[in-house]
Write a protein that binds this ligand. Structure first.
Ligand code: ARG
Length: 576
């Protein structure tokens, strides 16, 4: 049940009945303080101003026709013309019953859309580094949320699998093969292999000649080069998959739609843009001049789509890619989870896509940008030697640190259980510390913070779940089989149920804004609300109906935390 949406609808209808224009926004929000009720409608003042009357008088007219029979126990006008809505405890109890009995926690499915999510997108023959981490885990959380709402989600891993660097990589692969080495061993340090190839290219003229020749052959579809190229792609994908699996990221090989996939479209697009008068020759290159963007001299910015030597660019590929996503998937929305430094690149590509009419206006292209991951010193996150941090090394370190922590907390557990808990906590900590931050800002990567059992952290949330689950374990009660009704008698019970029923609002916001931190904040608040409830309202020591009702509230809390974390791609533990 989306209470906010329900109230918005009811209050808007009342506003129209009271004389406001059709579609006037009620602007219902969760109240900031309990004294203002559970929800507050803020839209009255704006409309009253337009109608030219006293806002409080208009609010009264709205209240006269507002029908919240059975939903609210009280409504009142506050301040200059707000409407405070106090939900009825009986109604809240019924909604909680519905949520508890439903495997979807009462969350309705959305009108189904085709949604492409472009995320992760590492590069071939390059190690996945921390920069790809953000895209991967934020994108995956949004994918899970959209699927939960019933959408047809297409995961698109826009792998960097094309470019002139493949000439030197193929030439070096050939060298290794000729030496009879074990290729997958030789390339286990793929970044090292890349550096070695570059060094040979820079220092060995013979090698460079071969490499340049391979670029041309690869681009013209030569079988030998294609096969070598595929080997490089395959090895990179295998290495990435290990990271995805460890991180419980839902991407697989099937989701790879690399840059190379769009090759066959590029020449046609350049020709078409010329024909449409959007692109022109300039200094031998093909350029689109965009009035929307000015260069430093205030002149329209030129975006190169084909170089003098005939090569295409990253922008050309992204133009083709958006077109493809319309033609192949009939996408309603495309969400790109990419570093904020690529914003201008995307805007230029999409401006061209729209001008050329490659996609319908209704198709939404969204850049969900994110900031950088910084070290404790506030500078970009690097190894002590100043290099980029390998993702795999980062995950290893997380496990070592979590192991130590769990060891200290539970010296008596079996080694196997400790290892399992440590692994689950470690991956959760890395993910949650990223997901819980506002996506667009840079954030400081801090081991101590992310592994703390206090604050808005993964260990805190996982532990909050374990604590609720342990109520049932301790009493030997099956959380799924509690009898009786939910009865709301105490303020703390009401507060908990209201919070529980805001789950759907959190899910919807994440889906709309592509900001998983909204779910993290919601879960953190829920855990806090549960703690205050649990302090004030004994559960196992309560009697009769009250005990049953409180057990049900605990069961719904556990289910909601588990579901919420699972939408973030984070696992829960029954013991930790
Ligand atoms: N491979 C690129 C990089 O590592 C990211 C690609 C993002 N997706 C896109 N459609 N441009 O920076």
């Amino acid at each position: 049940m989306n209470i906010q949406a329900l109230l918005n609808e009811k209050v808007s209808a009342a506003m129209v009945a009271a004389g406001a224009p059709e579609g006037s926004p009620a602007a219902v929000r969760q109240s900031a303080k309990a004294q203002f009720g559970d929800y507050q409608a803020n839209g009255i003042m704006g409309v009253a101003k337009k109608l030219g009357g006293n806002p409080r008088d208009f609010a009264q007219k709205v209240l006269d026709v507002l029908d919240l029979e059975g939903i609210a126990s009280k409504t009142e006008i506050a301040g200059p013309g707000f409407i405070n809505i106090f939900l009825s405890p009986e109604w809240l109890g019924q909604q909680a019953e519905i949520a508890l009995a439903d495997s979807r926690l009462g969350v309705a499915e959305d009108q189904k859309q085709n949604i492409v999510v472009d995320y992760s997108a590492p590069n071939v023959a390059k190690e996945m580094h921390v920069g790809h981490l953000r895209s991967t885990i934020i994108g995956d959380a949004v994918v899970r949320t959209l699927e939960f709402l019933g959408h047809n989600v297409i995961r698109a891993n826009h792998l960097g699998d094309w470019g002139t660097q493949f000439g030197m990589l193929i030439a070096n692969l050939e060298r290794h093969e000729a030496a009879g080495g074990n290729i997958s061993m030789d390339l286990s340090d793929i970044e090292g292999f890349y550096r070695e190839s570059k060094k040979l290219y820079d220092e060995d003229e013979e090698f460079a000649k071969t490499a340049r020749n391979y670029v041309v052959r690869l681009q013209s579809g030569d079988e030998y080069c294609k096969e070598k190229w595929q080997t490089l792609v395959k090895i990179t994908l295998e290495q990435n998959q290990r990271n995805y699996d460890r991180l419980n990221v839902s991407l697989t090989d099937k989701d790879v739609m690399g840059e190379s996939m769009y090759n066959s479209m590029l020449a046609g697009i350049v020709a078409d843009l010329k024909e449409k008068g959007l692109a022109e020759e300039s200094d031998g290159a093909t350029v689109v001049f965009l009035n929307e963007y000015k260069n430093k001299d205030g002149e329209p910015m030129g975006v190169i789509i084909q170089k003098r030597d005939g090569g295409f660019l990253y922008t050309t590929t992204d133009i083709a890619c958006a077109k493809y996503r319309h033609e192949t998937f009939n996408a309603d929305r495309v969400l790109y989870f990419i570093d904020s430094r690529q914003h201008q690149h995307l805007m230029q590509a999409w401006t061209i896509v729209r001008k050329a009419g490659y996609i319908p206006e209704s198709m939404s292209l969204e850049h969900h940008a994110f900031g950088m991951m910084l070290g404790k010193d506030g500078r970009p996150f690097k190894t002590r030697a100043g290099g980029t941090v390998r993702l795999a090394d980062l995950l290893d370190e997380a496990e070592v640190r979590a192991k130590k922590l769990i060891e200290e907390k539970n010296p008596d557990m079996s080694a196997e259980e400790k290892a399992n808990i440590a692994e689950t906590v470690a991956m959760a900590a890395v993910k949650y510390s990223d997901l819980s931050k506002h996506r667009t800002t840079d954030y400081i990567f801090d081991w101590d913070n992310m592994l703390a059992f206090e604050g808005n952290t993964a260990p805190y949330m996982q532990y909050a779940y374990t604590r609720v689950a342990s109520i049932f374990a301790k009493a030997g009660i099956d959380a799924n089989a509690v009898e009786g009704n939910i009865i709301i008698a105490d303020e703390k019970e009401k507060a908990l149920v209201s919070k529980l029923l805001q789950f759907e609002e959190a899910v919807q916001s994440v889906a709309r804004e592509g900001q998983p931190h909204i779910m993290c904040s919601y879960l953190f608040e829920l855990a806090g609300t549960f703690s205050s409830f649990y302090e004030a309202c004994p559960v196992l020591n309560a009697e009769g109906e009250t005990k049953q009702s409180r057990l049900k509230l605990a069961a719904l809390t556990a289910k909601t935390i588990k579901q919420g974390l699972s939408l973030l791609g984070i696992n829960t533990l029954e013991r930790m």
